[in-house]
Design a protein around this ligand. Structure first.
Ligand SMILES: C[S@@+](CC[C@H](N)C(=O)[O-])C[C@H]1O[C@@H](n2cnc3c(N)ncnc32)[C@H](O)[C@@H]1O
Length: 324
């Protein structure tokens, strides 16, 4: 596992109240902000999984399986729904509040599932008085995690809700679910879950989009990534990022640009202006069923919270002209 160098984001919020609230909420969200070093040069050819990659993946598995004092302090698994709302694009909060009993919400990489539990609490309705009637008994939710991190609060809440209202699925990565195993969702989220941790990012997106309804949205975030537009551009240009994509020539492909190359989606990317560490928030809205995700191959992976990852974009071979 790579050495961690925790960096706390700098805040630039104006009102004292907002500072107090968001400071508390975001502390959990950003406490694991790290910058990884020792990346390989930007021109790594795509290779089959190496013994080194296998070793890093098994280190990563140890993090998922860690319990009690063994859990790395920056492996945060209990973010609240308020923390999700502060971390993701603001539209997430409105999208969630608009869901009704016939809708479904998928939280990929849910950890303890606290955000889902908070959604069913009275506080959510108190903070979202508008639309309360239409929301009714609220959407059904599915929490996805590799490891089972449920605690007593999960079991208690599940027992008090109507059967099947909340589900916690564990033991598999999202890519290992069969196409219809989990059904379809109107809303999907990932707060420092699979989107930040997977070594197979394009497979992740393919699976996720297949589970999303048309007109459904996926909200997620990456820390230490080259944003589409810098809000706090560093004086010295950054060379490596915790998550990065290169093309076959070794040139940078921004994550936002890669997402925008997916067919049948509309993508918004926004750098988080409150942080000095580059954080980018994404909304991917599925607008038709025929989604095709440009393939990525893992070229670098170092276990961590989250891991350091580099992917290479696999350009499709040019189609040969048909002879007449
Ligand atoms: C750091 S925790 C984040 C938990 C939660 N989102 C929070 O903010 O408190 C990472 C979570 O992502 C899950 N995860 C990582 N890779 C995944 C994948 N490919 N598919 C599904 N879950 C994944 C882990 O099992 C874990 O539940």
């Amino acid at each position: 596992m790579q050495t961690r160098d925790c960096r706390i984001a700098a805040w630039n919020l104006t009102s004292a109240l907002v500072i107090a609230v968001s400071g508390l909420v975001l502390a959990a969200g950003l406490a694991h902000a790290q910058v990884k070093s020792a990346k390989p040069p930007r021109s790594v050819a795509a290779k089959p999984p190496s013994p080194q990659l296998q070793k890093e993946l098994s280190e990563q598995t140890k993090i998922y399986q860690s319990r009690g004092e063994q859990v790395p302090s920056d492996y945060v698994t209990d973010r609240s729904l308020l923390s999700y709302s502060m971390t993701l694009l603001p539209e997430f909060d409105q999208s969630l509040a608009k869901l009704g009993p016939a809708d479904r919400w998928l939280d990929v990489g849910a950890g303890q599932g606290r955000a889902i539990l908070d959604y069913y609490g009275d506080r959510f309705d108190a903070m979202h008085a508008e639309g309360r009637e239409q929301r009714g008994s609220k959407a059904r939710s599915v929490a996805l995690s590799i490891e089972d991190r449920r605690d007593a609060r999960w079991h208690q809440t599940a027992a008090n809700l109507e059967p099947g209202k909340i589900e916690y699925r564990f033991g598999k990565r999202i890519r290992e679910y069969a196409p219809d195993e989990l059904g379809r969702f109107k809303l999907a989220t990932d707060v420092y879950g699979g989107f930040s941790y997977t070594a197979q990012l394009s497979n992740f997106m393919e699976k996720l989009l297949a589970m999303l309804e048309v007109n459904g949205s996926f909200y997620t975030v990456l820390i230490d990534v080259s944003p589409e537009h810098w809000t706090n551009r560093p004086a010295t240009p950054r060379v490596n990022f915790q998550t990065e994509i290169i093309n076959a020539a070794g040139a940078e492909v921004k994550v936002c640009a890669w997402l925008k190359r997916i067919s049948c989606v509309e993508v918004s990317c926004e750098a988080d202006a409150r942080s000095t560490t580059p954080i980018e928030r994404y909304r991917v809205k599925k607008v038709c069923d025929n989604t095709t995700v440009p393939a990525l191959e893992s070229t670098h992976f170092v276990a961590g919270t989250p891991p350091a990852r580099q992917f290479q974009l696999i350009e499709p071979a040019p189609v040969a002209p048909v002879a007449k």
